[in-house]
Design a protein around this ligand. Structure first.
Ligand SMILES: C[S@@+](CC[C@H](N)C(=O)[O-])C[C@H]1O[C@@H](n2cnc3c(N)ncnc32)[C@H](O)[C@@H]1O
Length: 225
């Protein structure tokens, strides 16, 4: 499995029929948002404390949906946040909800078509529950672009479901894949990224996928440490 099973038209169409609500974002599990954000908060605070940890100027929320993570997590830590989301209806909801906050740019574009603004650098690029919609090749390219958009000491944080099947799993309903930890490691290596911190999401109900948080840093930047 290399993600070539993903059909971008089909997954975009799937999301266009999902309501712009917490339940829509979380597949009916809106009650998990508190547990999710609390654990992310613990992880992010730990990242600020690591040696050569990120600054708190600017973050990018990728696959941002209605801005749940920006609103509940990133806005509490960063001076300014940009959101990247391909579905216009979700992004419009995010704009409404985040009006008057420290959310600044709202990019309506897919991860695979995103061209970051060369003048903007991020301290943290937060990517959660969206990578399953991007093919392996496009994902490597996207991560490489993210690397170029990182500030000194910047980190990419990936929070995703992990399949216990080494090959990964395909969901034909929304045309997505759930990758194994090994699949992710292979992709990160190809994007020249190294994991500097990891935390497993706690207290999610049994029966759901294991969720991992991984903080990644370009291997080249490690030479600065
Ligand atoms: C499960 S929701 C998660 C939303 C948000 N990250 C959160 O945790 O609340 C997945 C989101 O990814 C978006 N998405 C799916 N494929 C995408 C792509 N190729 N590029 C950008 N966003 C995408 C969907 O529109 C949806 O908003």
């Amino acid at each position: 499995m290399d993600g070539s099973e993903i059909n971008y038209v089909k997954s975009k169409d799937y999301w266009s029929n999902i309501p712009a609500s917490l339940n829509g974002m979380l597949g009916g599990f809106s009650s998990l948002t508190t547990l999710d954000v609390n654990d992310s908060n613990v992880f992010l605070k730990k990242l600020f404390k690591i040696e050569n940890g990120p600054s708190k100027n600017r973050a990018l929320d990728c696959g941002a949906g209605i801005g749940r993570i920006t609103e509940q997590l990133l806005s509490k830590h960063f001076e300014c946040i940009d959101l990247l989301e391909q579905d216009e209806k979700f992004l419009n909801e995010a704009k409404l909800k985040l009006d008057g906050t420290n959310a600044k740019n709202f990019y309506c574009v897919s991860l695979q078509d995103f061209s970051p603004d060369n003048d903007i650098k991020y301290d943290v690029i937060w990517i959660q529950w969206v990578l399953g919609y991007v093919t392996d090749n496009d994902l490597v390219e996207f991560l490489k672009k993210c690397c170029k958009s990182l500030n000194k000491n910047g980190l990419i944080v990936v929070k995703e479901n992990i399949s216990s099947n080494e090959e990964g799993e395909i969901d034909t309903e929304d045309s997505s894949v759930t990758r194994s930890f090994g699949c992710f490691c292979y992709i990160f290596q190809k994007a020249n990224l190294m994991c500097v911190a990891r935390r497993t999401q706690r207290n999610f109900p049994t029966g759901l996928y294991k969720v991992e948080m991984l903080a990644l840093r370009p291997v080249d930047n490690l030479k600065q440490i």
